[in-house]
Ligand binder design. Structure first.
Ligand SMILES: *Cc1c(COP(=O)(O)O)cnc(C)c1O
Length: 374
C-alpha cells in the first residue's frame, strides 16, 4: 500500500539529529520560550526575509493572533470584513470569525485554485479592512494587481502560508509578500514539527510586538497584562526539531518539484485534469513558485477514481470535501452559492507526494491512473 504521506519515513531521515535535540531539551530543564525558540525565530525570519518572526502554538493561532493584534492596535474593529477565498481550509475562516470579524467569500480561479483576484474589487465595502490570501496547495497567490488593489483601498494583506513555506514570487518568499503571514508546522506540512507549532512573520515591528504579547497572555512583562491575551507558545523541543528540519527544506522542496514534474509529464488520462502549471512553476528553477504541498487533480467521477486507486493499493485524500460555507459550523453562510468552489470540492483529489516517495511508487501511481477508464 502506498501511503498518502509517510511521516515516519520523512522524520527518520533525520532521526539521529532529532533524538539528540530531544535529549538536550530534556536535560536543559527549560521547556518553553527559551533559547531554542529564539533561535528558530531568527532562522525563520532569515529564511523568509522578514524583519520579525514570532513563534506560537499552531497555524490557526498564527492567523488568529495577527487579526487580534490588528484589533488591539486599532487597525480592525469587530464587525469589519475580511476578503478571503471560499475554497480554503476551515482554519482560515475560523481565524476571522473567532475575532468577531466577517469573512467575505470570493470564488477561486478554477485553474490555480487560488482566489480570483479579478473578483476582489467588487466585494470591497466601507467595512473591508483586509484581504486574507491563501497560497493553497503550495502555489503562490500574488500579483501586482492584488497589491495595487490593497494600496488603493487601504487594505492589509494577510497571507495564510500554512501550505507554501519556501515558495516565492520573483525572488520574494511567501510569508514576506503581504503585511503579515501565518505559518503552520503541523506534522504533515512541508516544514513539519513532531507535534503542533506555528509562527507569524511580518516587517511591522508594532504588529510583531502585539502578536508576541497576545500569545503570552497579553503580557510583555511578567504579571503585567497589556491585553486580554491567549496562551499560544511554541515548545522548546519543537523549536529544536524545526531548526533541524528547516536546514533540509530546500532539498525537500526540490524533490517535491521533481515528483510533480513526473506526474505532470506522465499522467495521461482524459478523465483527469492535472494542476495547471506553467513549466516555470513546476520545477525547472530554484525560484519556482510552487512548493507542491499537495498534488491535486480533478476528476468528475472522483469517488469512483478513489475506489479504484484504493483497490490498487494507492491512498489518496480530498482537500477538502466540504467548503467552509457549507459546513454546519457556518449555518449563516449555507445559503451562499459559490459554484466554482462547490465544483472544486466535488472533484478534487490529492495524490501522494512527499520528499520520501520512491520513483517506483510514482511510476506505479502514474501507470495505474493511465490505465483507468470510467
Ligand atoms: C494547516 C492549515 C492551517 C492551520 O494550521 P494548524 O497548525 O493545523 O492550526 C491553516 N490554514 C491552512 C491553509 C492550512 O493548511
Amino acid at each position: 500500500m502506498i501511503k498518502f504521506l509517510d511521516l515516519q519515513n520523512i522524520n527518520s531521515q533525520y532521526s539521529n539529529e532529532l533524538k539528540q535535540a530531544a535529549f538536550e531539551v530534556i536535560d536543559s530543564g527549560w521547556y518553553l520560550l527559551g533559547e531554542r525558540v529564539k533561535t528558530f525565530e531568527k532562522e525563520l525570519s532569515a529564511f523568509i526575509g522578514t524583519n520579525h518572526a514570532v513563534a506560537c502554538a499552531n497555524g490557526l493561532d498564527a492567523l488568529r493572533l495577527i487579526i487580534k493584534a490588528y484589533v488591539e492596535l486599532g487597525v480592525f474593529c469587530e464587525g469589519d470584513e475580511i476578503i478571503v477565498p471560499a475554497n480554503t481550509y476551515i482554519a482560515t475562516i475560523l481565524a476571522i470569525t473567532d475575532n468577531n470579524l466577517k469573512p467575505v467569500f470570493v470564488e477561486p480561479n478554477i485553474d490555480t485554485y487560488n482566489i480570483d483576484i479579478s473578483l476582489i474589487e467588487e466585494k470591497i465595502t466601507s467595512k473591508t479592512k483586509a484581504i486574507l490570501i491563501v497560497h493553497l496547495y503550495g502555489r503562490v497567490c500574488w500579483s501586482d494587481q492584488l497589491k495595487s488593489i490593497a494600496i488603493k483601498n487601504n487594505l492589509k494583506i494577510i497571507e495564510d502560508n500554512a501550505q507554501a513555506i519556501g515558495a516565492d514570487w520573483n525572488g520574494i518568499k511567501t510569508g514576506g509578500l503581504g503585511d503579515a503571514s501565518g505559518f503552520s508546522f503541523y506534522p504533515g506540512k512541508n516544514l513539519g514539527a513532531l507535534g503542533d507549532s506555528g509562527a507569524v512573520t511580518t516587517n511591522d515591528a508594532k504588529l510583531a510586538e502585539a502578536v508576541r504579547t497576545l500569545a503570552n497572555y497579553g503580557s510583555a512583562q511578567k504579571y503585567v497584562n497589556e491585553y486580554q491575551g491567549v496562551n499560544s507558545r511554541m515548545d522548546e523541543i519543537q523549536a529544536a526539531f524545526l531548526s533541524i528540519k528547516l536546514k533540509h527544506l530546500n532539498e525537500e522542496t526540490l524533490i517535491r518539484r521533481e515528483v510533480a514534474k513526473n506526474y505532470c509529464e506522465n499522467i495521461k488520462n482524459e478523465n483527469i485534469v492535472l494542476p495547471n502549471s506553467s513549466s516555470k512553476e513546476i520545477v525547472y528553477s530554484e525560484s519556482s513558485q510552487h512548493v507542491w504541498h499537495l498534488f491535486v487533480i480533478r476528476c468528475e467521477k472522483r469517488d469512483k477514481l478513489i475506489a479504484y486507486l484504493s483497490s490498487k493499493g494507492i491512498q489518496t485524500l480530498i482537500h477538502y470535501p466540504i467548503p467552509p460555507h457549507k459546513q454546519n459550523a457556518y449555518k449563516e453562510y449555507n445559503h451562499l452559492s459559490l459554484p466554482i468552489t462547490e465544483r472544486i470540492h466535488k472533484e478534487v483529489l490529492s495524490l501522494p507526494i512527499s520528499p520520501v516517495i520512491k520513483l517506483e511508487e510514482i511510476n506505479y501511481i502514474v501507470e495505474t491512473i493511465n490505465s483507468y477508464n470510467v
